[in-house]
Design a binder for this molecule. Structure first.
Ligand code: CS2
Length: 477
């Protein structure tokens, strides 16, 4: 049935009472944390309905409001699809339209958890150090104004209201792919609170909780054809379904204010004392190769990760990255085999039902490179282990942010530093000059890292120019 004549999707169950406010209600959280939470309520009860907040645009709210916050999550397995009608999101607020309503919701004593998926750049920190960037325009604004703009600003101002009202703080739980994500969030919140009111910062430090988490599920951006597929499948029109792979993993540091949280452990989340080994494994083995394949794959003309994996040169390349360059620098989490994890990743990447665009993963590279690739690379270089694949990936990122592909066509580079990256790349005509200029970006590369990388990355960049991404990969296999 065509979308315009189909009835609109709507709630079939009463909305749960709200216990969680989620900042950054994107496709990833709707296909991951929201589903875990809905299942945890079904398993063990609790008032854990989710009030979503969009920090930027009204698109998600406009799509979900006529559906009472509900939507279809479509699981895409190679052998078939499985729809689920998710009903745990009760409502969506658009922060720039009404910051007061968002703060009031976050200050409500019934809300015990504020969770976040605001992407790497949403923390307003320096990616290379993790510290709050006090010169960030949104942070400058949030220090001077009670109605904030940034995610850290909303958390601090809402906690300020709770402190004034004698209400316990909420647990602030980050679900973004950042290293030490709990510590980073705690650090930026405390630093901002200290600028506003040192006593508030002391209270948050003593009473607040910032669990670290490792989140994993591949969720490509929803495309118009996905919306049509869902309409065909369920006979209702859903303006904002989410598409996801079958796999999911959530590792959560079990530290919550008054121990109040949904029973996520009952539905497969791993509640642990230390997330670090899981986070390293995931950021370096999954996200590190995702980004490597995204830049090199895009340059080689591949549109999706599944397409990249169907190219045998790339399939051998990603295995080499895991076995020779990434796994040797990792300590496995308790009971995990990194080789088995790599095998499983290869199968997940190859899933032909998931159309995850290389261009989407290539976004925001300046914010992603340090934790995904540079940490491993630094450890490899220091012990004298050869890592030509990761070096090539860094060179491919540099080639990509130069904004022109291998056929001479422009690349639409999405990155908070896009303009600066382009200027640096254009500042020299030679590969060595371009590489040196980009390595000078202290937000991304430390001084030591830049020194170590100058020679090998220049050489790799030269190969990319001379023979193209696919051949350059063959040369390192
Ligand atoms: C991807 C991630 O877009 C990206 O940068 O690497 O979104 C990735 O799909 C998820 O982290 C998987 O859990």
């Amino acid at each position: 049935m065509p979308a315009d004549t189909s009835p609109r999707l709507d709630r079939t169950q009463p909305a749960p009472k709200v216990g969680i406010v989620h900042l950054g209600l994107g496709a990833f959280f709707r296909a991951h944390g929201a589903i875990f939470t809905e299942e945890a309520i079904a398993a063990s009860g609790g008032d854990w309905g989710i009030l979503g907040v969009s920090l930027q645009s009204a698109g998600t709210r406009d799509a979900l409001a006529p559906q009472s916050g509900t939507y279809i999550a479509l699981e895409l397995a190679p052998e078939g699809v499985k729809p689920r009608h998710v009903q745990v999101v009760t409502d969506v607020l658009v922060a720039p339209e009404n910051p007061e309503a968002v703060l009031a919701a976050m200050a409500d004593p019934a809300v015990k958890i504020v969770s976040l998926t605001v992407t790497e750049k949403g923390y307003c920190h320096e990616p290379s150090t993790g510290a709050l960037n006090l010169a960030h325009p949104d942070i400058v604004h949030d220090i001077a104004n009670a109605l904030p703009r940034s995610a850290p600003g909303y958390i601090v101002r809402a906690l300020q209201r709770r402190q004034a009202a004698g209400v316990a703080p909420f647990t602030a739980m980050t679900c973004d792919n950042l290293p030490n994500n709990g510590k980073v969030l705690c650090g930026v919140v405390l630093a901002l609170a200290r600028e506003i009111d040192p006593a508030l910062a002391d209270w948050i430090e003593a009473e607040g909780r910032f669990p670290a988490t490792m989140v994993d599920r591949i969720v490509p951006a929803t495309k118009p054809e996905d919306i049509a597929q869902v309409t065909d499948l369920i006979g209702c029109h859903d303006a904002a379904p989410v598409m996801h792979e079958p796999f999911r993993q959530w590792v959560i540091e079990d530290t919550f204010v008054n121990d109040e949280r949904p029973d996520w452990g009952a539905v497969g989340a791993q509640m642990v004392a230390d997330v670090t080994p899981y986070e390293h494994m995931k950021l370096r083995m999954l996200n590190g190769t995702h980004s490597s394949l995204a830049y090199l794959g895009y340059l080689a003309g591949h549109e999706t990760i599944a397409e990249v994996m169907a190219d045998e040169v790339f399939a051998r390349f990603v295995k080499k990255l895991w076995m020779d360059e990434i796994i040797p620098a990792l300590t496995p989490p308790p009971g995990e085999s990194l080789e088995a994890y790599a095998e499983a990743l290869a199968a997940r990447y190859a899933n032909p039902a998931i159309r995850h665009r290389t261009w989407q993963i290539a976004m925001d590279g300046s914010q992603k490179l340090p934790q995904r690739i540079l940490g491993t690379l630094a450890e490899d270089i220091v012990v004298g282990r050869k890592a030509p694949g990761l070096v090539l990936a860094v060179a491919a990122w540099m080639r990509y942010v130069g904004g022109v592909d291998e056929t001479g066509a422009p690349i639409e580079v999405k990155d908070p530093l896009a303009a600066q990256l382009r200027t640096l790349s254009d500042s020299s005509a030679s590969p060595a000059g371009k590489v040196a200029a980009l390595l000078g970006l202290r937000e991304v590369f430390s001084h030591e890292m830049a020194e170590m990388l100058q020679m090998p990355v220049t050489e790799a960049y030269g190969r990319l120019l001379e023979v193209g991404a696919r051949k350059a990969i063959e040369e390192v296999l």
